[in-house]
Ligand binder design. Sequence first.
Ligand SMILES: C[S@@+](CC[C@H](N)C(=O)[O-])C[C@H]1O[C@@H](n2cnc3c(N)ncnc32)[C@H](O)[C@@H]1O
Ligand code: SF4
Ligand code: SF4
Length: 342
Amino acid sequence: MSLLKTAKHLKHGLTRSLDVKNRNVRVVGLMATDLCKSRCRHCFIWNKKEHHHLGVDVVEQLLQDPAVTRKTFFELTGGEFLEHPEWREIVRLVKAAGNDFVVLSNGMYPDELIEAVKEYKIPNVYMSLDGLGETYKKVRGVDCSADIIRIVDEIKDLTNVHLGYTITPWNALEDLKQVKALAEEKGVEMSVGAYQNPEFFDTVKPGGKISAEHEPYLDEFMRLNNAWMDKRFSIPCWNIRTKCYILGNGDVFLCQQKSVVLGNLNEKSFNEIWNSPETIATHEEYAKCNDCWLACNRPLDAQLAYAGRLVFSNKRMNKMFGEHDWDLVLDAFRNQNGSTPS
Ligand SMILES: C[S@@+](CC[C@H](N)C(=O)[O-])C[C@H]1O[C@@H](n2cnc3c(N)ncnc32)[C@H](O)[C@@H]1O
Ligand code: SF4
Ligand code: SF4
């Protein structure tokens, strides 16, 4: 790894460790609705019997909350965010507040998304693409891949476009290669995650290991997935002190994996919930949790473990954070293929 890249990891580690220490809210995931017309096999949010949409008034209050700053990044997601009856109003509010944000989408509403990127100057768009054509249909029940390609073509010069590929039991290496080739051809970012079992997603099939042939396509974080799956690897869970998810019914979730409710925004303000003794105690309680390796929560933990291990010896890390496999993180991050934190 180059000196420059190592220095970036160290700088990132230092800033983020201060966020963890101070419990600064860096990322809020608004799972604003659980409506979704996809029929995914890796996520059954579409099959929820009751539907909830986060109130626009709740979002408005959240943006003025003292625990949320202009540095807080918002993930506007769902379900399918564009199925929230007032999704445009939420985008408008977050944009007007001056916070950076991303809209996540399955690409099912191409005209609406393209128009919104232009009208609201959405800074980041993340679209899931787990394969093209038949594979997309196999994973998601409907084929939106052609629509996603059209969206990419129309917005790639207007916003940061990110394609998210999830390795699932229903797609294969060839699909990943096709999506990677597409991302390269269009000049957009791409990341690779892996199928797991978040409680809220009501998944049926248990997550499994990633086959070795995928390895060259994984970043440092995902390269640790199999060691985690084998229960050979654990590090502390720090990220929950800087990130949470908010559900359509106003519940504030500890993380994407566990449906642990910190409080409800229809009853208390976000600040009251986030800074309550109960939430602080819950963050303490889950500090040793290692129950997921989800790409939406745990990369920060791997980055902090790596930066820490660069500075301190194994012995010192063990003394500060308990016995963990710090050298596995070191090995994974030393590989040149990985990304550099911003
Ligand atoms: C829950 S979706 C919400 C946004 C939008 N509906 C979409 O599909 O992109 C957010 C991301 O989670 C991924 N995902 C869904 N089920 C998953 C699972 N069981 N394990 C890991 N990632 C999953 C999706 O592929 C998608 O990239
Ligand atoms: S992954 Fe996205 S598109 Fe698929 S069911 Fe879940 S929320 Fe809907
Ligand atoms: S390790 Fe545990 S607390 Fe941390 S994000 Fe995963 S499930 Fe949540």
